[in-house]
Design a protein. Structure first.
Length: 202
């Protein structure tokens, strides 16, 4: 259902077609209108895109405490993962592919952070911050992501992230990774999960 919003629009706001996909996934909340629920999503998207702190949300959004509480509840309820999966299925079927992937790719990257409150560390290349592991399908659709302190061993993050992708997409039959994933990661999935892991030399 399309709901009208009287405030000025931001580039990060959901489109009507996007909201129609997300709305059925929202948990029932008797004291919040459809407009209020949509505005909470819009506020979270603004924070993610701009990188601002909760307190720096523009005043035409709901109170930042309401938005942050909603965000963390959505994490606990698995809302973001539900939205992600529905989006992946929609994108794949519109491209004429099967709804769920059979092949996945994993990669990682160290990211510098500046906030003292962050859980961070140094990786092997002395990058101070966090490391993120990302699993995608061959179209580039995000299947799973995991972020941890850069000083935590890669293997833990690699295995956890790929297992997370397998949990949401049991259709995955094989995967691809670079040379850094040879060894424990490759053996874990080929021996214990019967998932072939191709090692790219590029």
């Amino acid at each position: 259902m399309i709901v009208e919003n009287k405030r000025k629009a931001y580039e990060t706001d959901l489109t009507d077609s996007q909201w129609e996909i997300i709305e059925p996934l929202m948990w029932k909340s008797g004291n919040k209108s459809k407009l209020e629920k949509r505005e909470l999503i819009n506020a979270v998207l603004y924070v993610v895109d701009s990188g601002c702190k909760w307190r720096q949300l523009p005043h035409d959004f709901p109170p930042y405490t309401t938005v942050s509480n909603f965000y963390y509840k959505a994490v606990r309820e698995g809302l973001w993962e539900k939205i992600l999966k529905v989006t992946v299925i929609k994108t794949r079927t519109e491209a004429g592919k099967s709804s769920e992937p059979s092949y996945a790719l994993i990669d990682s990257q160290s990211v510098k952070t500046v906030y003292s409150s962050d859980k961070r560390g140094y990786d092997g290349e002395k990058t101070k911050g966090r490391k993120r592991h990302i699993v995608t399908d061959i179209m580039g659709n995000l299947l799973a992501v995991h972020v941890h302190a850069a000083n935590i061993h890669d293997t833990k993050g690699e295995v956890y992230t790929f297992e997370k992708a397998l949990y949401h997409y049991p259709s995955i039959e094989a995967g691809c990774a670079d040379e850094g994933y040879r060894g424990t990661f490759k053996n874990t999935f080929e021996i214990f999960h019967n998932i072939r892991i191709d090692i790219s030399k590029q």
